[in-house]
Design a binder for this molecule. Structure first.
Ligand code: MG
Length: 157
């Protein structure tokens, strides 16, 4: 039985924060605001994995009011979500994520993101896809006030 999951996340972009995407720090004048390191791609992937197994969502497992997750490395959360899915009896098949933001340009960082995600999920590189899209100046991902990510994954029993 193959199942699919979908995840979405968004964060504000503000001065004085790091921009971490898929476990990779991207140099930029602003970073993502959040309780953890606010890795929007990692969070979308977490929700895709949990969703595929109908295990709820990231906030339910790792509440953002819990001091334990303050400034947390979201790749550790992603690893924990993969563990939950495997403990529920599933194999991970593939993941595919899309980051939506006009600036900064992300193409050069995507190979590192894929490698980090593949390592954390214990998947072959060919089973991990990361893409970046702009939104042509429209909305919060286009005017620089925020960043979003979508993700899907497949798992099988
Ligand atoms: Mg988030």
């Amino acid at each position: 039985m193959t199942r699919v999951g979908h995840g979405f996340d968004a964060h504000r972009l503000v001065e004085g924060r790091r921009l971490v995407l898929g476990g990779v720090e991207v140099p930029f004048e602003r970073g993502a605001l959040g309780h953890s390191d606010a890795d929007v791609l990692a969070h979308a992937l977490c929700d895709a994995l949990l969703g595929a197994a109908a295990l709820g969502d990231l906030g339910g497992h790792f509440p953002d009011i819990d001091p334990q997750w303050k400034d947390a490395d979201s790749m550790k959360l992603l690893g924990a979500c993969a563990r939950l899915v495997r403990e529920a009896g599933y194999e991970l098949v593939n993941v595919d994520g899309t980051i939506v933001v006009d600036r900064p340009k992300l193409a050069r960082y995507i190979p590192d993101m894929r490698a980090r995600i593949a390592a954390v999920l214990a998947l072959d590189l060919e089973c991990v896809s990361v893409k970046a899209k702009t939104s042509e100046g429209m909305g919060y991902t286009g005017d620089g006030s925020g960043i979003a990510a979508h993700a899907v994954c497949a798992i099988e029993r």
